[in-house]
Design a protein around this ligand. Structure first.
Ligand code: ARG
Length: 572
């Protein structure tokens, strides 16, 4: 089904053509949701934007436009001119009701969005060799949601986990493995033994800085193809990666590719060759360096060190070249914290100069703290994700025990996970991505605020109404009409019908919180409706209308939460 905004745009285009057949500057026609319900459903400032071209005062343009709107479809109830020439559009209530009804049987049509080419989204991308910790949480959750949103809009999305699997951490592990391994423990629980010796390395290296040198040498051996070291490297990658994959599976997060830095290693010489040929990389004190135009305000980027080693930037450049050639990628998105902003500015600039043309977007996010405390990534003072998830489930369980103690244990466990993990994800995604955020279970689980459990509960409530109806032998009748009797019903309908627009907005700015805000607002309206309007006790026609409206709300909540990677249990 076409979006309301698109349908309105078409009507306005016709109207504009009626008064100005030669008009072409369609960028000037922007329809926006009204800032307040008293201004209608949509607003446009087209008359002001076109005043110069039309050589007429905005008010006059607005008035002639209104007169020229084709009447036939009755989508518009009334149009008003406000202030210096704003056009306020009020939708017809019946059309709105029909639109809501259609959401129950049709998908939204996003064919107006230009989605050509592949979109590669790089997120999570941990440096493996150690367990994942809370420092990996935001990129993983935000990246997954952006991926879902882009897919929903019809983009060809490739989710890539650019594993840090080629860095110094492996040199450290090799040194540690050769010196301090407890073989028995390693057999029994490889990941925890690797973690133990990794921490041990850190402690020992503080006393004996030479160990760092040794680690670099061991890593160099890996990169130069030394068999023994390569075998160890493979072993470590295998163990830690399978541990990461368990975490992704638990979170319901999937990647299409896991091309780590090691994958690009063999491609590096070619990339360097191309940068040199294009006179981008030049020799400087034995290293190969790319310099930037003064106006870029970027410090030079080393792409090959004096000793021949490649760097983080080189591997990103190789990745871009590879994906440009293999996927014809035309959007490259990177979700990392703000501290990598300069790195991405550098590589985007180099890639553009190298002729790998596409749209590059760095999607940064702020710092995550727990109860006011910022956790360092250094092992020892951080929370491992696996531990955080256990806590999430137990917090979720206490919510279920309170709301619905008589459910069977297995069902309770499933709901507990959905609630706990949902609360964790939502407390991130409902906030502006670039803000620093502070997490606390108390806030995340509250039923009076903008939280996942509150939204999930509203969804479950509709399911419970349907179950009660079924007990009375009543089911949803899709042949019935929705009629919007009260103001709150109309307002709910407008919110359901405008849902796809918040998804577009979220995609445009790479900010999932637009979806969270929209769903939260809808759920609050639904709460008002639910508390004031009988559903199952109403006479049959009204009951069906209200049931259908409630169903449309529930499905919108479900879709919205799905786009945030959050489950909606049927009972809570
Ligand atoms: N492995 C890096 C880190 O943990 C993040 C990688 C982000 N992606 C990229 N293509 N550079 O900081």
């Amino acid at each position: 089904m076409e979006l309301l905004r698109i349908r309105l745009e078409k009507l306005f285009k016709e109207a504009i053509k009626n008064i100005r057949p030669d008009f072409e500057d369609w960028g000037k026609l922007v329809l926006q949701p009204a800032t307040d319900e008293k201004f209608g459903d949509y607003q446009t400032n087209f008359a002001m934007m076109a005043s110069k071209i039309f050589k007429q005062p905005p008010k006059m343009i607005a008035e002639s436009l209104i007169a020229a709107i084709p009447p036939k479809k009755k989508l518009i109830e009334k149009v008003e001119v406000a202030g210096p020439g704003f056009i306020n559009i009020f939708l017809n209530k019946k059309k709105l009701a029909e639109t809501v009804k259609k959401t129950l049987t049709e998908n939204w049509d996003f064919s107006h969005i230009k989605t050509k080419g592949a979109v590669v989204i790089d997120y999570s991308s941990p440096n493996i060799a150690k367990p994942m910790h809370v420092g990996h949480l935001r990129t993983t959750i935000i990246g997954d949601s952006i991926k879902r949103i882009m897919k929903f809009l019809g983009y060809n999305v490739i989710a890539d986990n650019h594993l840090g699997d080629w860095g110094t951490q492996f040199g450290k592990l090799i040194v540690a493995y050769n010196r301090w391994l407890d073989k028995e423990n390693f057999e029994k629980n490889p990941i925890s033994e690797l973690e133990r010796i990794y921490i041990k390395f850190g402690d020992e290296a503080e006393k004996d800085p030479e160990l760092e040198e040794l680690a670099r040498a061991e890593l160099k051996k890996v990169q130069d193809g030394n068999e023994a070291n390569l075998a160890l490297w493979k072993k470590f990658v295998g163990i830690t990666l399978s541990e990461c994959k368990k975490i992704y599976e638990y979170l319901g997060i999937n990647f299409d590719t896991y091309y780590g830095e090691s994958f690009y290693h063999p491609l590096m010489p070619k990339v360097i060759g191309e940068l040199v040929n294009k006179k981008l990389a030049v020799e400087s004190e034995g290293a190969l360096v790319v310099f930037f135009d003064e106006k870029e305000n970027l410090h030079p980027c080393i792409v090959r060190k004096k000793d021949g080693a490649f760097l983080y930037a080189t591997s990103d450049l190789a990745t871009i070249k590879y994906k440009y050639e293999i996927y014809k990628m035309n959007k490259a998105l990177y979700v990392t914290d703000d501290r990598q902003a300069v790195h991405f500015k550098q590589i985007f600039n180099i890639a553009e100069r190298a002729g790998w043309k596409m749209e590059f977007v760095h999607i940064p996010f702020g710092v995550l703290s727990f109860n006011g405390e910022i956790l360092k990534t250094r092992a020892g003072n951080t929370i491992k994700l696996a531990d955080l998830f256990k806590e999430a489930e137990s917090k979720g369980l206490s919510v279920v025990e309170e709301k619905n103690p008589e459910l069977p244990a297995e069902e309770k466990r499933k709901i507990a996970k959905a609630v706990g993990i949902g609360a964790l994800k939502y407390s991130d995604l409902s906030q502006n991505r670039t803000s620093n955020i502070d997490f606390s279970w108390e806030k995340a689980l509250s039923f009076d605020g903008n939280t996942a459990p509150y939204l999930q509960y509203s969804y479950a409530r509709v399911q419970s109404i349907k179950r009660k109806a079924a007990e009375k032998g009543i089911s949803l009748d899709f042949k019935c009409k929705i009629s919007l009797e009260s103001d709150i019903e109309r307002s709910i309908a407008a919110s359901v019908a405008r849902f796809p627009e918040c998804v577009e907005k979220a995609a445009e700015l790479y900010k999932p919180n637009f979806i969270a805000d929209h769903i939260f607002d809808l759920v609050q309206k639904f709460g008002t409706f639910y508390n004031s309007t009988p559903i199952l006790k109403a006479e049959p026609k009204k009951m069906q209308s209200r049931l259908l409206l409630a169903e449309a709300v529930a499905r919108t909540i479900k879709t919205g939460l799905e786009l945030l990677g959050i489950e909606t249990p049927e009972k809570m």
